[in-house]
Design a protein around this ligand. Structure first.
Ligand code: HEC
Length: 120
C-alpha cells in the first residue's frame, strides 16, 4: 500500500501549506498590495522627479505628502474612491484592471505599508 501512504502524505503536506498560507493572510495582503502598487501606480507615484503624481502632489501639498505610501492622512475609503473615479489628471481604474479584493489590498498597503491592521 505504498501508493496509499504516499497519497496520505501528499494530502498532509497540502493541508500544512494551506494552513501556513492562512496564518500569513495579513502579511500576504500587504505584500500583494505592494505588488499592485509597483505594477499599477509606481510609474506616476514613485518618489522623486520624473514621477508626475509625486511632482504634482509635491507642488500642491509639499514634499512630505508627495509620496502617498505611508501617509497618515489618507483613508482606505478615500484611496479606493480616487482609484475608481480618478482625480484631475489621474485616470480611473476599472474592476477589470484592479479587482475589488486587489483594491482592498492596495489601500491596506498604502495606509499601512508596515503591515499593521487598518480599520476600513
Ligand atoms: C497616469 C499617472 C497616475 C497613475 C497611473 C496613478 N495616479 Fe494617482 N494621482 C496621479 C496624479 C497626477 C495625482 C494628483 C492629482 C491632483 O491633485 O492634481 C494623483 C493623486 C492620487 C491620490 C490623491 C492623493 C491626495 O493627496 O489626495 C491618490 C490616493 C492616488 N493618486 C492613488 C493612486 C493609486 C493607488 C494608483 C494605482 C492604482 C494611482 N494613483 C495611479 C496620477 C496617477
Amino acid at each position: 500500500m505504498i501508493v496509499r501512504r504516499t497519497l496520505t502524505a501528499a494530502a498532509l503536506i497540502a493541508m500544512m501549506i494551506v494552513g501556513t498560507a492562512h496564518a500569513g493572510d495579513m502579511k500576504n495582503s500587504v505584500s500583494h498590495g505592494e505588488q499592485i502598487f509597483n505594477t499599477q501606480c509606481i510609474f506616476c507615484h514613485g518618489q522623486g522627479l520624473g514621477h508626475p503624481a509625486w511632482q504634482m502632489l509635491a507642488l500642491k501639498k509639499g514634499k512630505a505628502k508627495a509620496y502617498i505610501v505611508g501617509r497618515t492622512d489618507l483613508t482606505p475609503l478615500y484611496i479606493k474612491h480616487v482609484v475608481r473615479n480618478g482625480l484631475i489628471e489621474m485616470p480611473p481604474f476599472r474592476v477589470s484592471q484592479i479587482s475589488n479584493p486587489d483594491l482592498d489590498a492596495l489601500a491596506q498597503y498604502i495606509t499601512h505599508p508596515d503591515g499593521a491592521q487598518s480599520a476600513k
